[in-house]
Write a protein that binds this ligand. Sequence first.
Ligand SMILES: Nc1ncnc2c1ncn2[C@@H]1O[C@H](COP(=O)(O)OP(=O)(O)OP(=O)(O)O)[C@@H](O)[C@H]1O
Length: 812
Amino acid sequence: MLKSQTAARPISYSQESASTNLLGIIDVKTKAVQNLRDALKLTTINRLLTTSYDEDAKNIERKIFAAVYQMTKVGLMEREKREINAIWFTFVGLSAQNIRHLELCKITDFNALFAVTNLELRSLADRGRLDVETKRKLLQSTVILQNHWNALHSRTSAEDPPPGPSTPAIVTTSPQGYNRSLTANGSKMITQSNSMSFAAAPKSPKAARLVHAIPHKWHRSTKFRFSGDAVCHFCQRPLGFGFLNAWEKCRSCKWKVHTQCKSRVGDSCGLTPEHLRVLFDKLVQENNGGMWKDPQSVPGSRSMNEPAFQFPDTAIDSSSSTNSSAPSTPALPAGIATSVTTSLTAPYRSERKFLFPDTENYPAHNRLPILVISEGDHPTTTEIEQETENHLKTASMMGTVESEGTIVAVQEEVVEHQEMDHEEGPSQEAIDKFNKRADGGFIWERHAWNMSTIRGPNAQRHHTSLFVLLLLLSCVPQASWNEVSIAFDTIEFDKQNPIIGRGRFGEVQRGFHYGDVAVKIYNMEHISDHSKRAEEFKLEVSAYKNTRHDNIALFLGYFMTDGKYGMVMSLSRGSQSLYTLIHVIREPLDLPTTRMIARQICQAVSYLHTKKILHKDLRSKNILLESKNKVVITDFGILSMKRLAYPKGKLGWHTSRFWANYLAPELAMALRTEFDEHESEDFPFTEASDVYAFGCVWFEMLTGLLSYEGELPHQILLKKSQGVKPVLPNIKCAQELKVCFVGNSVPKNEKKIYEKIARFAKELLISCWSTAPHERPTLPDIIAKLTAVPKKQRVNRSPSFPVMMKSYESNF
Ligand SMILES: Nc1ncnc2c1ncn2[C@@H]1O[C@H](COP(=O)(O)OP(=O)(O)OP(=O)(O)O)[C@@H](O)[C@H]1O
């Protein structure tokens, strides 16, 4: 039976060459690979992928998988893993181009292949424009491979430590300075998809569990709690409100528990953000080649408000046990499963993922952060609550993706009158704080945020410069602030049409001050201590004050008068942003224009980075069209988590519309449900997160669409946290790029150049969207690439381009 089938379906050329190539590797890993070669000889791809195959075929299949599995155990090098992966894909029927695409999407070995969910794989296949049949084969073969993998794993786990696809050695470093090497044995997969029936993975032997002992650092809260909604992480009962609550909070893992529950929690607090970062580096960047794992599978999910990473040894209540009756597979949030009701409290789940042993149950407080969209000035809390409620009701009723809600509120009158000191720089207190930081142990300060400092791992490198900057602010003769201070009453505001627009952090008015100017009046209500507002405002403005770049809105001066805090800048004549051009006027940009704008954005942001300033809010709305061949960027360094948390309430973050669309995955992962002053200081904005945002703007210019267009903010957060990248939709951009995304027919004689340009555009996009921040290109790299982009002989011009942008051909 077996022989006759083999004879009927000879191995195709590609399979033969696949197995021949394989031999090169196999020489070194003889025994294991010999099995694979034998197995490959016995079968054909068609049989492998048919759903109704007979017993013999199944046996052959098993042999293949057993061989592949064995092979992975013999300790392959990265290159070999990559090669085998490519051979496997060839064997499955993927073309070299398909394989290249998957590799670009970080599917370079089995680990990476198994780390993506079925849905993600489908999306990757769509993005790579795999034809229907190849896509089917890829999906099906992956499921089969994984299925066998699990079966083999369960058979061998008793004898060997299972080498499964997500069993990396993890090294965590604790603040106490000890290193430990952890091996996540017994990785487990769960499935919610009916189409997949993975063999149940066995529980790992007790001895192989991770041991994790970082003592909690409890401190008793003396805060007055307005809301009684927060629950004890241990017993899940309310913590209480007012002063009548007796609860304590761990400074490391942020668990809040009743005092009486504390003794039952155990003394292992899990992973601090620092641990998480190291762990992520190991898991995500090294093992998965940039693909985010499911937040539940790695302790990094702590950053999404999950509880500390608890292992069975330290399990604290029945709900965290695998034997618990608590549902371990809660509903998939909307946006992942198509018809699932939108739920803001839905825990993160995905179709197929690895879990560390005994960790799949997380308590119910594991929530997605809520983003309340506010346009214009700060809405009142009631408005926000009402809006959110309506929003949720609609979303849950419809079960579909709807557009974002918008709250536009009238600016509350600023009643406070404050004594202003025009002459002062930041206070001595602020400078002392920075001194302290420069001296020794680094403390994240709120000022550091607002000063748009370089964050995260780079901070150590940069805080000295920050200190220098502050020192300059204080030591430079007072005149430097005086020179740029403008008396409010010397500004003439346009009486007819004063307001240019309102943003989340203030409004921009048209004015005259020795020429036309734009005056941005800041909301400073998020600083409750009035005496600190001026200082805070100056720190924000200092980011502008110290910049001089052709593509950055020109700072002319500032004022602080009668509770009004404002900045005067050059008026961008069109008062039109890139956002308006792309999404309101809906102007398709031709390639030279796209390239020119992109280059100018990169130059400006790169300049900010050299000044140790992070933009933190780079998006098309903050890119103004200054003239026909010039853009300027604004709104940099203003965004802070404290601002987003205002007004305080039980609800989440009050963000501008589409804020989540531009948020780098690591930021989405770091976003918690509640604002915590100490945690938010550590929000990981970096140069790389600015590069990610640039990728989104690049995407917008290419496609005329926002990334994740039409999706609700929390769905976007969820997808980002799971490494699901936006699907490339139909492209409305210039003809030369269309070929890349939708394969439109192009003149034959220009096809090659079109393809080259398109490939460049796409690769730039993919690299900026790398999940691992360190894999994103730097801005100078991007500028170099943009400069080298192939040029087309004839430029397609957009006839309906706005007045200020008639032609850019001359630039190229
Ligand atoms: N220098 C400027 N010249 C002309 N128009 C400007 C200038 N700066 C900002 N604007 C316009 O003023 C409006 C409000 O800008 P602002 O930066 O306050 O908010 P936004 O970016 O639109 O919204 P948000 O900050 O909430 O995302 C925008 O339409 C923007 O294009």
